[in-house]
Design a protein around this ligand. Structure first.
Ligand code: GH3
Ligand code: MG
Ligand code: MG
Ligand code: MG
Length: 288
């Protein structure tokens, strides 16, 4: 894993960095806690920070707290505080400030390596939980949360004049499909539509029962419209095996493109409005 080490003492910094590398990890070492924090913020792949509590200009406790709030609930990041024995009686305070673990200075190789293995176990479980929460179990598309998180990141990375379009898709008369063919067949229809969306290569999520969202960076109204038409026509050609014969599927699609002043929410709301118009206009069509 990739680590950051924060330790002001040159000799200890080099010693601990070498120990970390001997454990099979990569480490970036800092004496300045502010620089270390900026580095962790800019490098998503840093999974663990080992910090001395005797650091400046940000003090050790505040650094632990800043790292914890930087990680939030979506970034697996472990923090190990390092100090004199039992942190001079402040061990409880250290852990409460956001550190996951504590190690005495100077760390012993066997103990440090074992603690890093504990960190790896915890991080791998955390990553698994995030992956599962972000994935829709029925279709393997992104879940609503997974889609929204990635879409927000995509919007945050937008620069002036960048193109971005969004599609909202809803299966037509799906209740009737469930009623006629049963829930299992309905699920098969949802999966078949999801497979059509996967083929676009765009960011796609199942955001409700039989509702999907697609985000297309780099696409304006014209090229996104071509993708939307293809989705609509491909879905209309599907014949999904149902309990009472092949099921013909149609979808309604609403398309919206990024305009100045938009947020992800306003963009999706416009696409949703267009979807509503597609339903009202007779279904099995794209509206923008
Ligand atoms: P419209 O053309 O207006 O969209 O009509 P509709 O029948 O599709 O309307 P609506 O969106 O109200 O119906 C969605 C139905 O989808 C209701 C719900 O029972 C069903 N549904 C929701 N989630 C699932 C699921 O995971 N599997 C199956 N089989 N059905 C689901
Ligand atoms: Mg509906
Ligand atoms: Mg529907
Ligand atoms: Mg619906």
């Amino acid at each position: 894993m990739r680590l950051v080490l924060v330790e002001p003492g040159l000799i200890l910094r080099k010693t601990v960095a070498r120990l970390i590398e001997e454990g099979g990890h990569q480490v970036e070492a800092f004496s300045d806690s502010e620089q270390a924090l900026a580095y962790v913020a800019a490098h998503e792949d840093v999974a663990c920070v080992i910090t001395s509590l005797e650091v400046a200009p940000i003090c050790g406790l505040e650094l632990c707290w800043s790292l914890r709030s930087l990680a939030g609930t979506t970034r697996p990041l472990a923090v190990i505080a390092m100090s004199t024995d039992r942190a001079g009686g402040r061990l409880g305070e250290v852990l409460d400030s956001g550190a996951d673990d504590f190690i005495s200075k100077p760390p012993e190789a066997i103990e440090l390596h074992a603690r890093l293995r504990v960190v790896e176990r915890a991080l791998s479980l955390q990553r698994k939980l995030i992956r599962e929460a972000d994935t829709d179990a029925l279709t393997q598309l992104h879940s609503r949360g997974g889609f929204m998180r990635r879409a927000q990141a995509s919007v945050a990375a937008l620069k002036a004049h960048d193109l971005l379009s969004a599609l909202m898709i809803d299966i037509d008369h799906f209740k009737a499909i469930n009623d006629r063919h049963g829930h299992d067949s309905g699920d098969r229809v949802i999966r078949a539509v999801a497979d059509v969306l996967k083929e676009t290569g765009a960011l796609a999520g199942r955001i409700g029962g039989e509702e999907f969202a697609v985000l297309m960076p780099g696409h304006g109204l014209g090229s996104a419209g071509v993708v939307a038409d293809r989705i609509q026509k491909t879905c209309a050609r599907l014949r999904v095996p149902g309990r009472r014969g092949p099921i013909q599927v149609t979808c309604s699609l609403g398309l919206a493109t990024w305009a100045e002043g938009d947020t992800l929410e306003t963009l999706l709301a416009r696409a949703d409005g267009a979807l509503y118009a597609a339903k009202a206009g007779g279904r099995n069509r794209v509206m923008s």
